[in-house]
Design a protein around this ligand. Structure first.
Ligand SMILES: [Zn+2]
Ligand SMILES: [Zn+2]
Length: 110
């Protein structure tokens, strides 16, 4: 029997996420060779060589229509496929989240 939470999760994103282990979900990629795997228990999303605290969201990127990823450290959503922030930084100069935010969520090289 599936737990209720898991069932809801599967129903919401069944086309996009493939279960690859206990509490682990792989975002099925259409064009990128980069693997995106969410570990629900650790609250970590692995994107190729990158590891970020967060989760794969139900809402999609407006550019590529892939589910966006929440980046806990910067309190913002981004697209792993486009390597773009999907939210602008706030204008509060004392905000610790936005002050240290890099131009690209996964770095410039990719
Ligand atoms: Zn995108
Ligand atoms: Zn901020």
């Amino acid at each position: 029997m599936k737990g209720f939470d898991e069932w809801v999760r599967l129903s919401a994103r069944k086309d996009e996420l493939k279960r690859v282990g206990n509490g682990k979900w792989r975002l099925v990629e259409s064009m990128s060779p980069r693997e995106v795997i969410e570990d629900e228990q650790l609250g970590v999303v692995t994107i190729g060589d990158h590891q970020v605290d967060g989760f794969i969201d139900d809402v999609r990127c407006v550019k590529c229509d892939r589910p966006r990823v929440y980046y806990d450290r910067y309190d913002a959503y981004f697209c792993a496929e486009c390597n773009l922030w999907l939210e602008g930084a706030c204008t509060d100069h004392s905000c610790d989240y936005c002050r240290d935010r890099p131009a690209r969520p996964l770095g410039e090289k990719e």
